[in-house]
Design a binder for this molecule. Structure first.
Ligand SMILES: Nc1ncnc2c1ncn2[C@@H]1O[C@H](COP(=O)(O)OP(=O)(O)OP(=O)(O)O)[C@@H](O)[C@H]1O
Length: 361
């Protein structure tokens, strides 16, 4: 019987010289699941994704991909597609030609009927015949995803696929990933964008300096995590404040301030106390117009578990946005097998005519 797990990792370790990139990592990813990897820069996300793509081999532990143990040979396991450090593409070819070339490299023939469909799925039909050296980062990311789609993968592995995507591009990419998952493909992706992870993933794994500090359903973070701050907009802020102050386990954070032109209340507590407060508001005829965490449960857990800030935001303070500041320092580095040929070349890059090392498999 086929295993229900697309990825099963037990005790995975990986070092680069003295640097311990992964340290005893256990991970299960079910088929049909979109699983997010999150962690600070250097946490080991790319290294772990590279192991799944067969770009490097673990030093220790057991890794099974789609039910088959991965050995030390550097090759993408059957049924796996994706990329780390951006897709490998030929800058001097058009988008369509790139896909045809990759299909030909895989022995699929350059006339693969799925090419037009894949381009449409990622929203690149209009630029299908443009050379990709003029493509933005987001367009390259989408083309990399289209290349992966051509193989009908059962496991799709993507390193920061949302990088550089505009809202339309993000909509296309999210749509494709959710469709694939609904059809049974497992998707493992890394991101620094908590909002993307929350929109896409049913489960997340938080890595910190090579170790897993949380792995499981997103809902578990919300339910199990410490007290959160919630912004509450109601039809009667004064009554809401009194009710919140009277609700056991709920604290009113002073200076909720204005929120989109209305007087907001910020309350702090666990989910059961919040439920109690909402019931009291309803009972007293106070309409709840908006209720949302000031910092999302995932972001709060990320900050708490990875050594970031572990307290809810102070009254009136801007919510911390690790997701947005953590972007800057992404490093492109070689793993055991080279895998990121030409992501951001200049027009005249001497690499332009080289063959891409097949990152989108
Ligand atoms: N080929 C390599 N040679 C040397 N060190 C490496 C190599 N690949 C990764 N590392 C190191 O291993 C650690 C984990 O790196 P990795 O790229 O997996 O982290 P990451 O979580 O993907 O980070 P980021 O969010 O910045 O992309 C880092 O300390 C990194 O410097």
């Amino acid at each position: 019987m086929e295993t229900a797990l697309a990825v099963r990792a037990r005790g995975i370790s990986k070092c680069f010289g003295d640097v311990v990139a992964l340290d005893g990592v256990d991970l299960d990813v079910a088929r049909g699941q979109v699983h997010g990897l999150v962690g600070p820069n250097g946490a080991g996300k790319t290294t772990l994704l590279g192991l799944m793509l067969g770009l490097s081999a673990a030093d220790g532990g057991v890794l099974e991909i789609l039910g088959t143990p991965v050995g030390r040979a550097l090759a993408a396991p059957d049924g796996v597609a994706g990329f780390v450090d951006g897709p490998g593409l030929y800058p001097s070819l058009t988008a369509r030609q790139n896909l045809a070339a990759l299909a030909a490299l895989r022995g699929q023939g350059s006339g693969t009927p799925g090419i037009d469909r894949a381009l449409a799925e990622v929203g690149l039909t209009d630029v299908a015949d443009d050379r990709i050296r003029g493509f933005s980062l987001g367009m390259r990311q989408r083309l990399g995803l289209a290349a992966a789609l051509l193989t009908s993968p059962r496991l799709l592995v993507l390193d920061e696929p949302a990088n550089g995507l505009d809202p339309a591009g993000k909509k296309h990419v999210h749509g494709v990933l959710l469709r694939l998952a609904a059809e049974g493909t497992a998707v493992v992706l890394s991101s620094h964008r908590m909002d993307d992870l929350e929109a896409l993933c049913s489960e997340v794994t938080i890595l910190s300096t090579g170790r897993i500090v949380f792995s499981g359903p997103l809902g578990k973070l919300a339910a199990e995590n410490r007290e959160l701050d919630y912004r509450l907009l109601t039809s009667d802020p004064r009554a809401a404040r009194e009710l919140a102050a009277a609700t056991p386990g709920m604290r009113v954070v002073e200076h909720g301030g204005q929120w989109r032109g209305a007087e907001a209340l910020v309350v702090r507590g666990l989910v059961p106390a919040l439920d109690d407060l909402v019931a009291r508001l309803v009972r007293d005829g106070v309409a709840v117009r908006e209720l949302a965490p000031v910092v999302s449960p995932l972001e709060a857990a990320f900050l708490a578990l990875t050594g970031g800030r572990d307290e809810p935001a102070e009254p009136g303070e801007q919510a911390p946005h690790a997701a947005h500041t953590a972007h800057a320092a992404h490093t492109t580095h070689a793993t055991d097998a080279a895998h990121a040929p030409q992501n951001h070349q200049d027009e005249d890059s001497p690499q332009d005519e080289q063959e891409p090392q097949e990152a989108a498999r």
